[in-house]
Design a protein around this ligand. Structure first.
Ligand code: ATP
Length: 442
């Protein structure tokens, strides 16, 4: 028998657009480990990495587990078998699996993970990483999944949320999902502010259900275990589900935008934030998308705000001189466009006065004077009073000094919803007695 050790297990890229889901594989692995009475040291983690990388299936999520075991070799073998069995490699999955035996996570892991959150990493660097650190690993296909697998182990939370994912029975995979929209609305009302982004009240749309063929029935995001478990009791559906698992996550934290975009870091597909001054008048393109430039540290950056975000009107009301902070993902240059940041938020730091010159008003008649011709001043047509100069008026601004984020239906997994503004959740201690994992009775 091996000696007792702490085992970190990271895996990713087991799914394809046509099926499976890395979190479902995690559910299967946890089920197996629970049956063997394995001790869990933390929630399973569902970490979302850079949402702008081109080859993600959906939300660029990877999973890690932390357990205590005196049978690490046996467990590693079992997990390798499950990863191999459940990965949809025929349809393009490139699974990666990494084991790391230690209670503490070295800074190399954290650095790698931080980079995966906002930049593009070459998969050869992941292969070098596992070899250099002498890790036990496994991959299929091109090994792209190793990036998420390493990073999910190394993620250092500065804030976190939880997500309860419920899974369907196998015979239901690919079939339509039916849930009572009223129950979702009610659940959101009853659990606010401890759950978020479940129901779009403006559009009366359910936001907790995926639409693809994967095994997830719904996912409820929130701040603590009790609220999520309460939510499952309020939600109503006739479908008999297989079970659920609660993940600790960086969803809703906005963490992918915490790094600065500048002339060096603004590489294609990077995500981040910059502070600058609006340096040209925003242009509204066909379809309502808005384009403008921001100057920051003597560099000009192009920004795009798509109509679908619901904040394109905010962008169109910016003027030259406004100081703003913007965050988003870098789209690589194309034939027609330079490198551009697709904005995920606009925070207005200070607003320039919008001044405009206009013909003077006659003090006596309160009427706008008429120009007498070039450089000849102005005259009131009613009383004949004269004035030489135009007057300056201030046009009220339509936007305020505040943070503007996309509408709820345009949120990404990592978007920090407005109800989480300023919130840092570091306090949920893992408690194995809480119901973070459940397989319903057959
Ligand atoms: P789901 O959300 O359903 O789990 P997904 O969107 O996570 O699916 P994956 O199939 O996991 O899609 O594909 C993402 C791939 O990108 C993985 O192989 C992962 O290792 C890799 N990856 C993650 N972050 C980066 C990064 N910053 N640079 C390069 N590759 C990355």
């Amino acid at each position: 028998m091996d000696t007792e050790s702490v085992l970190n297990i990271g895996f990713d890229d087991t799914d394809s657009p046509t099926g499976m889901c890395t979190t479902f594989l995690a559910y299967k692995i946890v089920d197996l480990l629970q049956k063997q009475k394995t001790e869990f040291l933390d929630f399973p983690k569902l970490i979302r990495f850079n949402p702008n990388i081109p080859w993600k299936t959906r939300g660029n999520g990877a999973v890690s587990l932390k357990i205590k075991t005196n049978q690490p070799s046996k467990i590693k073998k079992q997990i390798k078998n499950l990863v191999s069995k459940y990965s949809d490699t025929k349809n393009g999955a490139n699974p990666g699996l990494v084991f790391f035996e230690s209670d503490s996570i070295p800074s190399e892991f954290t650095k790698f993970s931080n980079l995966a959150l906002w930049q593009l990493i070459n998969r050869n660097n992941a292969k070098k990483f596992v070899k250099k650190n002498n890790l036990d690993f496994y991959y299929e296909g091109n090994g792209q999944g190793l990036i998420g697998a390493i990073s999910a182990i190394g993620y250092d939370f500065s804030d976190h949320t939880l997500e309860l994912l419920s899974y369907r029975k196998k015979r239901k995979f690919g079939k339509e999902r039916i849930i009572s929209a009223d129950s979702v609305k009610k659940m959101q009302e009853n659990t606010f502010p401890y759950t978020f982004n479940s129901f779009d009240t403006k559009k009366s749309r359910v936001l907790i259900m995926p639409h693809g063929p994967d095994p997830v029935f719904y996912g409820v995001r929130g701040e603590n275990v009790n609220s999520l478990v309460t939510a499952t009791k309020i939600l109503q559906s006739n479908e008999k589900l297989d079970g659920y698992m609660i993940f600790k996550s960086n969803q809703g934290t906005g963490d992918h935008l915490k790094n600065e975009l500048n002339s060096k870091t603004m590489k294609p597909y990077a995500s981040g934030t910059l502070i600058g001054i609006v340096s040209n008048t925003p242009k509204i393109a066909k379809g309502g998308h808005v384009f403008f430039t921001v100057t920051s540290k003597n560099h000009e950056f192009w920004c795009a705000v798509y109509k679908e975000t619901g904040i394109s009107t905010i962008a169109s009301n910016l003027i030259i001189g406004d100081k703003i902070s913007v965050g988003g993902g870098v789209r690589k240059a194309s034939k027609n466009f330079p490198r551009i940041i697709n904005l995920e938020f606009i925070k207005i730091i200070s607003l320039e006065k919008n001044l405009s010159k206009t013909n003077p008003i006659c003090k006596k008649c309160d009427k706008k004077m008429k120009s007498k011709g070039r450089n000849q001043g102005f005259q009131c047509i009613k009383c004949g009073a004269k004035n030489l100069k135009k007057t300056t008026i201030e046009i009220p601004r339509k936007i305020k000094k505040q943070l503007y984020i996309p509408k709820i239906s345009a949120h990404r997994h990592l978007t920090r919803p407005s109800q989480r503004t300023g919130k840092i959740n570091k306090t949920i201690a893992f408690d194995n007695s809480q119901s973070w994992f459940c397989v319903y009775e057959k």
